[in-house]
Design a binder for this molecule. Structure first.
Ligand SMILES: [Zn+2]
Length: 168
């Protein structure tokens, strides 16, 4: 996916996720969108820095890098939400283009992708980006409403009941 596709994906995802987390549609929703907007766009642009430094679709397109970005808010207390931008970048590269990414680099240089990908030059690239973004939002909304309250990390009642019933 090209830069335009990644930015489009991050902007739409920030807006949609703002409504998933704060569905009221009032100032709180817009505050959440603003909170997500810049970190998501920055995260979505970050992996392609490896076009200039390193091997493209390898050096900054792997699970190790995602893990490091995920650890930042925990360890340093900064870069919250940037990992969402990085994760959506990976997903878009895997699904939204013919070439995959080396998820396990530097352990392995094998690139993983879906053969259904649309070339970044295709006139359908933007449409596919929007479709992927909507699917991501549907998945996040399903998590928010049925599994875990993403605002607080609290499991939903059915999940809590199921977890309490586990023989551990
Ligand atoms: Zn990329």
């Amino acid at each position: 996916m090209n830069k335009k596709g990644h930015v489009l994906n991050a902007i739409l995802l920030a807006i949609g996720l703002g409504y998933v987390l704060q569905p009221s549609g009032d100032l709180e929703t817009f505050r959440t969108i603003a909170e997500l907007f810049v970190p998501l766009v920055l995260g979505a642009l970050f992996p392609d820095v490896d076009t200039a430094f390193g091997k493209h679709r390898k050096t900054l397109h792997n699970l190790l890098v995602l893990g490091v970005i995920l650890a930042y808010p925990i360890y340093f207390g900064n870069l919250q939400f940037v990992w969402i931008g990085v994760a959506t970048h990976y997903l878009l590269d895997v699904v939204g283009s013919k070439r995959g990414i080396a998820l396990f680099y530097p352990l392995s240089s094998t690139e993983y992708g879906l053969p259904v990908g649309v070339p970044t030059s295709s006139k359908w690239a933007d449409t596919l980006t929007v479709v992927i973004t909507l699917l991501e939002l549907a998945a996040l909304a399903a998590v928010q409403y049925f599994l875990v309250d993403l605002n607080t990390g609290t499991p939903r009642e059915a999940v809590a009941t199921a977890l309490a019933g586990l023989p551990v």
